[in-house]
Design a protein around this ligand. Sequence first.
Ligand code: KE4
Length: 438
Amino acid sequence: MGTAKAAVNRERRKSREIFERGEKVLVGGVNSPVRAFRSVGGDPLVMERGLGARIYDADGNEYLDYIGSWGAMLLGHAHPAVTAAIVEQAQRGTSYGATTELEVELATRITRAVPFIEKIRFVSSGTEATMSALRLARAFTKRDLVVKFEGCYHGHADSFLSQAGSGLATLGIAACPGVPQALAELTLNAPYNDLNAVERLFALHSGKIAAVIVEPIAANMGVVQPEAGFLPGLRELTRKNGALLIVDEVITGFRLHFGAAQTLLGVEGDLTTMGKIIGGGLPAAAYGGRAEIMNLVAPLGAVYQAGTLAGNPLAMRAGCATLEALSAPGKYEALNALAEKFVTELRQVLAKSGVPGHINAQGSLATLFFCDGPVRNYDDAKRSDTARYANFFREMLNRGIFLSPAQFEAMFLSMAHTPEDIAATVAAVRESLQALRT
Ligand code: KE4
């Protein structure tokens, strides 16, 4: 049985000073809204370094990290082989604006691991990947409408900002200002896990839906798994109605196993997006699929998409080193076994705590919702007591555990977390839940 660190309201003077300086020149002091800790209150942390499963703030406080750069750091921070590769590559220059063998190597590694992705285009963020995949789907089908799911998040491209998850759910933004109404109307939303709703949309908009885009395991409303038949049902509905299925694996790509979550879930999208892990913590993402579709992209086709830093050698080298390290035998088996043990113990602690809650988990992704289960879509997730989550977040932070500063996000376990880390985390959860009751 692990022991939790005593809850200490740690000194964070430097974080506060840096953040206040940042607020003068950075919007809200951040470069991505969730980092502002708006939904959990208190001073946002300014981080200084990470190593393995740990991250350290500007005041030198150490935390067990369950964000891991929002899933990118599956190997943990500053993995020796990845760091060495980046250092070596940096000495050759960081970006040439020309093809390098490194992007060929990373694309080859990905397409070998995910055979139904025949061709890839690298971009610099998940947003670019999904935005480009949708443009391509619209060109391929010559249709305009897109179906997404309430609570799913696919980045901040205009077409994906209605009823989206992640930071929009956290800030309660259902429809984003600045997106023209004419464009917003081209995006249709359905509840996750609701095939009938999707079927109704296809009937209502027959011949007009270019694509359905889905997170194969939702992680941006908190973790919500696909129910049996949901993903194969989407595959069938899109095929029958002449639309493309875009599977957004920016989080799940190479997280559950060495490849796409789709392979484990019995579905193959027409297009797949990836990011985070394939860049090893550097800006790299990708969209890919059948050559028949991908060949419509410039310069082969007329679907224009480009990027100054796309496929840059530093990110490609980090991605190659990351996938090389991940391909070692037993890595995922060990991660998934530890994750299963972790979630089992968390559920036991939650059940005994007397605090209403429900845990959804799949592999190394998990979310503790402060509401009664089941949580099978965004409406269920929104029943969560976000004020209680905020208090839980603070209790855990003061015990040296850094969780997502928002209920509608996931916990990301890395391969650097050890059984001792898990035991200490479970103990901290037990004590934090107890503190919520007093
Ligand atoms: P980026 O543009 O942030 O690289 O990727 C967008 C994206 C696309 N698809 C999925 C499934 C995603 O989860 C994301 C981004 N994930 C969030 C975390 N929930 C990024 C964190 C943030 O916005 O700061």
